[in-house]
Ligand binder design. Structure first.
Ligand code: AMP
Length: 210
């Protein structure tokens, strides 16, 4: 099962990907998490990406294409994977096709910009493993502590309101055209964001015929 999750920043791709990868028993590949780890470790990729991410801009395609081709060649991706936050541009989608990577489904989570702006203020992520939480919708068992690895939960710099606005603009301009790109290939399934995480997961599984 090779799946792409599309959706605006804050649509819940990360949360849904974590649930789906348990259900489907395949890894989630998040370029955002890979880049944040690269920044934390001060790698050359991290140094290239940091300023773009802080400004809410996209990291250049060639950096992302390098990262994703390398990651998908790893052993754990052999039986399938879920892509969270990639591709984000037509050039990235074309590069995946060129590398011979085909997909079974592309799920787009639909949600209004207003709901995202409200939601982002409560988002917290684990600084260690990247798992995401929400103060109200998906709280950790112990405040400030990751359920999965015990890491510290932090607010991302790019979840601040001005940066979220910039990221939404980038999404509409650069990433939303991917919906047409995959609709033309007969792969697109649009799922409306639901009031709860669980209901959205059910809607996604239903769209996938499971
Ligand atoms: P995310 O965690 O997916 O919201 O990504 C956080 C930030 O990392 C984005 O705002 C971009 O700056 C960068 N990023 C992550 N994935 C990509 C991608 N596929 N293409 C370009 N930039 C990306």
């Amino acid at each position: 099962m090779k799946l792409i999750l599309l959706g605006a920043p804050g649509a819940g791709k990360g949360t849904q990907a974590e649930r789906l990868c348990q259900e489907l028993n395949i890894p989630t590949i998040s370029t955002g998490n890979i880049l944040r780890a690269a920044i934390k470790h001060g790698t050359p990729t991290g140094l290239k990406a940091e300023a773009f991410m802080k400004a809410g801009k996209l990291v250049p395609d060639e950096v992302i294409i390098g990262i994703i081709n390398e990651r998908l060649a790893e052993e754990d991706c052999r039986d399938g994977f879920i892509l969270d936050g990639v591709p984000r541009t037509i050039a990235q989608a074309e590069a995946l096709e060129k590398a011979g990577i085909t997909f079974d489904d592309v799920v787009s989570i639909e949600i209004s910009d207003e709901t995202i702006m409200e939601r982002m203020s409560g988002r917290r992520v684990c600084e260690h493993c990247g798992a995401s939480y929400h103060l109200v919708a998906v709280p950790p068992k112990t405040p400030g502590v990751c359920d999965k690895c015990g890491g510290k939960l932090i607010q991302r710099h790019d979840d601040e309101p001005e940066t979220v606005k910039a990221r939404l603009e980038v999404y509409h301009k650069e990433t939303e055209p991917l919906k047409d790109f995959y609709a033309h290939r007969g792969l697109l399934k649009s799922v409306e964001n639901q009031p709860s995480v669980e209901e959205t997961s059910q809607a996604i599984l239903h769209a996938l015929g499971r």
